[in-house]
Write a protein that binds this ligand. Structure first.
Ligand code: SF4
Ligand code: FES
Length: 251
């Protein structure tokens, strides 16, 4: 059976990765739990039920339960997804859960995405580089509506890490900026308040760890729960960096 939309009640079998890297006696293994499926059961509900009724030691992360905080990314039958917005009715009777790869494992399904994102932000200096000191008395800078909307698209990223986990390059190159990183760079590149020159951006993104490291497999685009336009982001970055490269040749 592949899913159970509107079907008869099912007994679900959860096969969950278990490992505590802090415990020298712990060995990576899969552990099986069974639950009766309930209507509108999400993985958030199922995992909490497992922890409350079957195994209080099971580690996983959730906070908002509504696809906002980005903390519940996990591999669901081999595909990165948010646990809080994945319904068991969309899954087969056997549900295999693993932690997201690429990120440091905390334990079981819980990973540390925060360190990865902080390092990416520091490496690419993903913040506004203004020339003038901040003046709290000054009026807010005005911005064209269309541009503000384009920047907002990038800001919708919840840093769940699903795109990074799905990326073949990020899985083998730990220095790769990754889809979420490239999206963040593009957001600041578009922002007229960021005064970095094309040449500065060229240094940040135009290399094998940046946009030219992407092999175009586009799993990131398919798995992003916020449906960010990642394909357009890479096209924008390539256009901008190539323009900067040709401008440099003409000088
Ligand atoms: Fe998650 Fe999408 Fe942001 Fe990647 S781009 S971290 S998949 S919200
Ligand atoms: Fe916040 Fe899933 S619990 S995104």
């Amino acid at each position: 059976m592949t899913s159970n939309e509107g079907g008869a009640p099912r007994r679900l079998r959860f096969e969950i990765f278990r490992y505590n890297p802090e415990d020298p006696g712990s060995n990576p293994q899969m552990q099986t739990y069974e639950l009766d499926e309930a209507p509108y059961m999400s993985l958030f509900i199922a995992l909490n039920q497992i922890r409350e009724t079957l195994d209080p030691s099971l580690q996983f992360d959730f906070a908002c339960r509504s696809a906002i905080c980005g903390s519940c990314g996990m591999m669901v039958n081999g595909r990165p997804a948010l646990g809080c917005r994945t319904l068991t009715s969309d899954l087969p009777d056997v549900i295999r859960l693993h932690p997201l790869p690429v990120f440091k494992l905390i334990g079981d399904l819980s990973v540390d995405t925060g360190t990865w994102f902080r390092e990416m932000v520091e490496k690419s200096e993903a913040w506004i580089h203004a020339e003038e000191a901040f003046d709290p008395e000054a009026q807010e800078a005005r911005m064209d509506d269309e541009l503000a909307q384009a920047i907002y698209e990038g800001e919708r990223c919840i840093e769940c890490g699903c795109c990074v986990a799905s990326c073949g390059v990020a899985n083998v190159n730990e220095d790769f900026t990754g889809p979420a990183g490239l999206n963040r760079i593009a957001r600041f590149m578009m922002d007229p308040r960021d005064k970095r020159s094309d040449a500065d951006w060229f240094e940040v993104v135009s290399n094998a760890d940046g946009v030219f490291g992407c092999l175009g497999m586009m799993a990131c685009h398919d798995v992003c729960p916020k449906e960010l336009p990642l394909l357009e982001v890479y096209a924008y970055l390539r256009r901008k960096t190539l323009a900067a490269a040709f401008a440099g040749k003409e000088e």
